[in-house]
Design a binder for this molecule. Sequence first.
Ligand code: HEC
Length: 136
Amino acid sequence: MIAGVLIAGILLISYLTDLRNIKKKRRNELTENVSAKDPLQPVKPVDPETGLVIGPGFNLVKTNCLGCHSSKLITQNRASRTTWKETILWMQKTQNLWDLGENEPIILDYLARYYAPGKVGRRSPLTTIEWYELQE
Ligand code: HEC
């Protein structure tokens, strides 16, 4: 009984530190790659429904990654391919994410390409707004 509680506790702690390490890595990657930011990167077309960039692999991400949580978890994150892979492994280990099989490399390519640290940032500032004076 006590052993059971202990084991559950240890599992919970290792599960939490796992995710913390992944998050920390992602943050470090972000600061490491600031100089890689490319302001001339063209604006990517974005799917209005999910907010995900439309590109090779988009459909696979849409069908495999949005069943459990919002696409925001993806669009708000930036990571290298390795760290994306770790995030997927973490979900497979702890959140019952299924084996992605031969789709995994395609999904990883998509994530690493469009949600890489520093490369794709926020959208570029709008340049086509016509401002108008507020009437009192
Ligand atoms: C079987 C359910 C499930 C599927 C499918 C799933 N996830 Fe998750 N994912 C989760 C859960 C649960 C969390 C934790 C949510 C939270 O922290 O609120 C999570 C968290 C995340 C996070 C945030 C991790 C963090 O550091 O907080 C990212 C990024 C993510 N998922 C990406 C993906 C991607 C990419 C896919 C598709 C390959 C995917 N998820 C598919 C269950 C899933």
